[in-house]
Design a protein. Sequence first.
Length: 365
Amino acid sequence: MNEVEVNEYASQVLLGITSDLNENFYSDKEGELKFFWSQGAVNAWAESEYFESHKPIHKIVMTYELVNSLYLFSKAYQNFMIGNQDSEVFISLYENMSIKPRFPEFDIPEEGAKNMFLGAITWIYFHEFGHLNQEHGYIKQKLGNVGHSAVSFFEAYNDSGSASSEDFSMSHAFELAADFEATEYCITELARHFFTREEFLGESEISDESREQFLNAIFIFVSGLSCAMYLFYGSEKREKSKTPTGSHPDPLRRLGSAIPHLIERMDILRSFNPAMLSTSREDLSSLCFGASDSYGFFWNLVVETKDIESAVHTANDPFFVSYWSEIIKNWDLINAEVIGVRHFGSPLGVLRFSEHFRNRVFNSN
Ligand SMILES: [Zn+2]
């Protein structure tokens, strides 16, 4: 696709989702969601006019620059994978993974990059929708005790020099909560796309081909999400922060927590009907981290900054306890409020931390 076709395709997808959300959700509450394009730096944002139980009037904006970059890098990553995934270097790099990262084959090669791009733009769109659905701006203003005006969430990283560590922790909690909604929506949509209701309920048999295509789609989705996160990461190496700092969490920490969330979400699918997934949990983890790690490898070559890490698997995060204890403490303070104002969707879209995760954070000694 050339630039014009990329913009046309993205418009068709995102305006289509906006219209579905209006029809299925907003119209019942006499609210409205609008989507706009903008020009300028690689960015996306959300605006809400919500105030005290009023109807939801929401707006999501993305820049042409963002979608064009996402498509260019998706295409470049696909070419990189096809050219290198069978090489000795590549095979030895991932020898410990039970499934090696591999870009799936498509009858029409361009469909690969296009699907990856689709994963990236829908995840970003639903991240913005997550901020709006949970009225993060409204809650933020309420906590800060300031007068109301329309609130925006800009996705450009901002180090907010004068903000307090509490502000940073709360901002990061909001970002991770919006990420959680986004992953939930994307996985639900992917499952809906690949399985019929009868297959989901175990009333009709699932073919090996459908299962394989579903796993390929998961690989492509995680590659698309990685593409977005490395784009937000940029070309300069960032030091991992011990506690929440700046407006947004480190993109690789976000990626490293979105993947386990996706794997947990798959466990829920599996509990409904084990026939939907042909892989073990370990293999699924290899598949997803293989997608993000190979994207990280590709990104290092693109930006020529050799030491950018891959997604921080929480088990390897040196600041796991100090970082996540701040996030959980802050999220626990606003969780009930978020659930109270949240407009739409399954409760599965609300950020939660398992007992196992909490124990790792608070009882690690
Ligand atoms: Zn955000």
